[in-house]
Design a protein. Structure first.
Lengths: 508, 338
């Protein structure tokens, strides 16, 4: 009840027309930022942060968080249309979103992605409204061992289920781990595999790799296949949205599961990117359509997008209550809070009621606003596919190059992107999967450091991964996931001879 | 991005017009002023302490129109900041690039062997010094730093776990200094950021931390953490109550508690090699004016910074000494790159 009253108070704070204006401005900028690969939510918010110093903290956070929601929505657009993830958390959206676009169902994929995003955000905001203090306590139980367990679960829920040979999956994943290891080793403070080169100090940024592997790689493939986008004849009308809405309730289980995974990953804080991968993996395993994932399933778009947006939203919770950012963008927002003179932490909810509840109320409103903005632009974005390939391809390449450059302001990264483009092309030709490589590149670093932190804590004793019920459950769950295909095959074999024997018995 | 470059250019034009207008009056005062957008390099990632300070500076300079040109913050965090320092080192005679430093100015080259040192760049000014405080969980039995040290000495080796930011950087150097001063052995666990460390301490995953004030103040006020001592020569001169009973000034120095360790982290500004005295003078003057703004004073108080300001020879002498201290501490701890 208390929370409801506070929320009403929050909507009161929001009623200032200037705040609504900032909200729409933020959403609009955010969608643009989300569409441009490389220029992520974190960069966008950081660039615009100084502009907000002259605003009141409430207006400032509303505008900045709206940029973040906009970017969360926008990331899906290029993933689906061009197989170029605009944001790291929309990589998993390409797996089914792009095949859908190729089949001429881009409008449906976009509408699904946006609706899923909205649903995820809504669930996460409910959580933020009613359970913030309880959940903050839960997040504190996460030490290095628990973090590693979560990353392990992400890997395990994702491997061993592709159509590709397991050896190719492992090869791709190992390449990803090797690339993730380049640069500074955060545990020992030593440089690794930089070979004395200044350019390699940065390591390989996940975003640059993704832009190359997917964006450039895709353009190379398309060029080979005949200089035209598949699916360009797609007819798109506002009616598509209604059709999708009619179909989506069928997938309620996936949506709810993804929202839970997302909220959990946002709070712990694993972040939106692992959440999207894990949720896609789980959906593929447990859905009836699981076997068709990767060929353009609505559910395969719904799962990662719902989880990513739920995680992105709930990442605010540890930031506000504990001062730990759940995502890079939340880290920049955290900096903003400090600059405005607000101290995130357990007392923020008590001392800054206007600020906190104004922010929470704005999340409800700005996600509705975001949904309206992006849905009404679906036909426009889908129409881009009708532009001739010879015109749009160079434009995409330029946007990719700009995106790769923006990540670190490094010219070298454009060359790195091109190399990754060729790698992506070769991988596709030899039917090596890209997803494990990307997953290892984005999570390899974090998984490695949490594993080593845990080992330092336990003085090298592996039993730390079963030291308490929380970590023990997650690790066991992860291992069960990993060996699920083997286990289920073994069980089938056990069962079928038994059955055949039973069948044989009466005959005797 | 493009939009902001344009905005910058528009501002630049306006600035130019203003400069022409004031031309004769200004020329006598400042011999040099930036003629294009100034890049402000941060040798650390977005969201960290140095990044926050750089963005506050950017905001203040913009809000009070302290500079006719735009200031753009650029993060170059690769190789524990080496990327940023090498960039500035390689920008000889480019007065449109400045860098804010943290202690990785000293620690990164020593720990990684990447070839740069503070003398490679032109020192501009010290903006402030960041304090370090020894924190433990509020439920821990230690009341003073002495209790803590005694317990650590009595405990088994590696039993006490110190959480900190990064590896072979300021937090681990202080940990090593505590080990050297007390003859105990801690297990040092490196985390990504100060916020993580504070939360891990609240969650009881580590025994203690040496977080900066701003990183742990929220948990202190919420009664989750308690400060034992501050690693400075004298107490923090802030007497406003932060919790119900204590102010920053109520925290004893570690020396008072029998732990004779002092460590402060530099928040200073540098330019590339070969900057002229006029160019340095422009930036010194700029940051002096920033220090006068209420926003900066507020930021300093919130983070309980040591607000010492230095420039010229004084700054250079301080840098020389600090570099020596770091080398000595890191050599003793065995952190030097082989």
């Amino acid at each position: 009840m208390d929370a409801l009253l506070s929320l009403v108070h929050g909507f009161g704070v929001l009623a200032d027309p200037m705040n609504i204006l900032y909200m729409f401005l933020g959403i609009f900028l955010g969608v643009l930022i989300g569409v441009l690969p490389g220029l992520g939510g974190a960069n966008g918010v950081a660039i615009l942060l100084p502009l907000t110093f002259s605003m009141s903290p409430v207006s400032g956070i509303i505008m900045l968080s709206s940029i973040y929601w906009g970017a969360l929505f926008g990331g899906a657009i290029t993933s689906i249309l061009f197989n170029i993830p605009g944001e790291p958390w929309s990589v998993a959206t390409t797996f089914d979103g792009y095949p859908m676009a190729q089949k001429g169902r881009a409008g449906e994929a976009l509408a699904t992605a946006f609706t899923g995003s909205f649903f995820g955000a809504f669930v996460a905001t409910l959580l933020l409204t009613f359970l913030a203090p309880v959940i903050a306590r839960f997040a504190l139980q996460f030490g290095p061992a628990e973090f590693f367990a979560v990353y392990l679960l992400t890997f395990c829920s994702f491997v061993g289920m592709g159509r590709e040979s397991p050896f190719k999956v492992i090869a791709a994943m190992m390449l990803g781990f090797a690339l993730a290891a380049v640069g500074i080793d955060t545990v020992t403070g030593q440089l690794r595999m930089t070979f004395g080169s200044t350019e390699l100090l940065r390591g390989f940024d996940f975003l640059v790799a993704v832009i190359g592997l997917f964006g450039v790689g895709e353009i190379l493939l398309t060029m080979e296949e005949g200089l035209a986008f598949k699916g360009k004849s797609a007819k798109i009308s506002p009616r598509v949205v209604l059709q999708v809405w009619k179909e989506l309730p069928k997938y309620w289980l996936t949506a709810i599961r993804s929202a839970i995974v997302g909220c959990w990953m946002g709070i712990t804080p694993g972040g939106a990117t692992p959440a999207s991968f894990m949720s896609y993996g789980l959906a593929k395993r447990f859905s009836r359509n699981g076997k068709r994932f990767g060929s353009g399933e609505l559910e395969g778009v719904l799962a990662p997008e719902t989880a990513a947006h739920a995680a992105g939203t709930s990442a605010l919770l540890p930031m506000l209550t504990l001062g730990i950012p759940g995502s890079p963008t939340a880290a920049v927002l955290l900096g903003g809070l400090l600059i405005w003179g607000l101290q995130p932490g357990p007392l923020l909810f008590v001392e800054q009621r206007d600020f906190v509840w104004g922010l929470i109320a704005s999340i409800y409103l700005s996600n509705v606003a975001g949904l309206i903005v992006v849905l009404s632009t679906v036909p426009f974005f889908a129409a881009i596919l009708r532009i001739p390939f010879s015109i749009i391809a160079p434009v995409i390449l330029v946007i990719c190059a700009v995106g790769a450059y923006t990540v670190h302001n490094a010219l070298m990264d454009i060359s790195v992107m091109l190399v990754f483009g060729v790698i992506g092309y070769v991988f596709k030709k030899l039917s090596y999967p890209l997803a494990p490589l990307v997953l290892a590149l984005v999570l390899g670093d974090m998984a490695e450091s949490s594993f080593r932190q845990a080992m330092l804590l336990s003085q090298g004793n592996m039993s730390i991964f079963w030291a308490n019920p929380l970590v023990g459950t997650i690790v066991t769950l992860a291992l069960a996931m990993l060996f699920w295909p083997v286990l289920s095959a073994a069980m089938d074999r056990l069962r079928s001879p038994a059955r055949s024997r039973e069948a044989a018995l009466p005959a005797k | 991005m493009a939009r902001f470059r344009l905005l910058g250019r528009a501002l630049a034009c306006a600035g130019l017009a203003a400069a022409v207008g004031f031309g004769s009056a200004r020329a006598a005062q400042a011999a040099w002023a930036p003629s294009k957008t100034v890049e402000f390099i941060v040798p650390a990632g977005t969201g960290g302490g140095a990044d926050q300070m750089a963005r506050v500076l950017q905001g203040i300079i913009q809000k009070h129109s302290l500079m006719s040109q735009a200031l753009v913050v650029i993060n170059k965090a690769g190789g524990a900041g080496a990327e940023g320092f090498l960039d500035v080192k390689g920008s000889a005679r480019n007065p449109h690039k400045i860098i804010i430093t943290l202690s990785n100015l000293f620690t990164t080259p020593l720990a990684t062997g990447v070839p740069f040192k503070w003398e490679d760049m032109t020192p501009v000014a010290m903006l402030a010094l960041d304090e370090f405080v020894l924190w433990v969980n509020a439920k821990a039995p230690y009341k003073t730093a002495k209790d803590f040290v005694d317990a650590a000495k009595a405990g088994a080796a590696n039993e006490f776990k110190m959480g900190g930011t990064g590896s072979k950087q300021e937090d681990q150097i202080i940990t090593a200094a505590i080990e050297q001063a007390t003859g105990t052995k801690f297990t040092y666990i490196p985390y990504k950021g100060g916020g993580d460390v504070a939360a891990q301490l609240v969650g009881g995953h580590v025994t203690a931390s040496v977080n900066n004030p701003i990183e742990a103040v929220a948990q202190w006020r919420a009664g989750e953490l308690k400060p034992l001592c501050v690693f400075d020569g004298k107490r923090i001169p802030l007497t406003e109550k932060v919790t119900d009973t204590m102010s920053w000034g109520d925290i004893p120095t570690c020396k008072e508690s029998g732990l004779d360790i002092e460590y402060l982290m530099l928040r200073g500004i540098f330019m590339g090699p070969g900057a002229t005295p006029e160019q340095v003078a422009f930036y010194v003057d700029l940051f002096k004016r920033v220090r006068e703004t209420p926003e900066w004073k507020d930021f300093m108080a919130k983070g309980a910074f040591n607000t010492t300001f230095m420039a010229d020879t004084e700054y250079k002498t301080w840098l020389g000494k600090a570099a020596e201290t770091h080398r000595a501490l890191m050599e003793k701890a065995g952190f030097l790159a082989k």
